[in-house]
Design a binder for this molecule. Structure first.
Ligand code: GLN
Length: 194
């Protein structure tokens, strides 16, 4: 059971943040858009949604939210650009990542021809595949040994967990399947929510 009092903040910088909020509300918990750094401390967990990681990186500074995110000790879920921004190794100098997960993220790694695609991915915690939507997705590589690989598509790592941070290179909020959000709430947020 997921406690209905759990409150998740979804960074409202860019991207499909409203879809994350409706998915969390459908699961039965509280969810709110984060616009100001002053809001951050009230949440039991955060989602950094997709968008353009270069632009979002700048917003982190303009919103004065960067140090708040780095200091946030509760669970964080980053999807697509959000995953890039949490990764340690981002080659693009325009992205000043939060460097919270020891893994490399290569932006737009599927190239122009396969800008966006839908594919069934394998989950480590559920035998039923997940139909994942990839939109100009990054590829994750060189995970440190403590990084748990939770989802793969062919040879690619598409879902990982490191301590209380979850990264997906796809957009689980754009489907009707709430298993990834539930995993975040049940395994990461519930752990730290007393
Ligand atoms: N291509 C984007 C980036 O590099 C990510 C795309 C997305 O979030 N859907 O930031």
């Amino acid at each position: 059971m997921i406690d209905s009092k759990i409150k998740i903040g979804v960074l409202g910088i860019q991207g499909a943040f409203a879809k994350h909020i409706s998915m969390l509300k459908n699961i039965g918990i509280q969810a709110e858009e984060v616009k100001y750094h002053e809001q951050i401390d009230q949440f039991d967990g955060l989602i950094i949604p997709g968008g353009e990681s270069t632009t979002m990186s700048k917003f982190f500074d303009e919103m004065k939210i960067r140090s708040k995110l780095i200091a946030f000790e509760k669970p964080i879920f980053g999807t697509c650009a959000g995953a890039i921004l949490l990764s340690g190794g981002v080659a693009d100098p325009r992205v000043n990542s939060l460097n919270l997960v020891p893994i490399d993220a290569d932006r737009n790694a599927y190239g122009r021809q396969t800008d966006s695609f839908i594919a069934d991915i394998n989950l480590e915690f559920d035998p039923k595949p997940f139909r994942a939507i990839f939109i100009r997705a990054p590829k994750l590589s060189n995970p440190a040994p403590e990084v748990k690989i939770l989802g793969t598509f062919k040879d690619d790592i598409v879902l990982v967990c490191y301590r209380n941070i979850l990264l997906s290179t796809f957009h689980p909020e754009l489907t009707d399947d709430s298993r990834i959000h539930r995993y975040f709430l049940e395994h990461l947020v519930a752990e730290s929510y007393a």
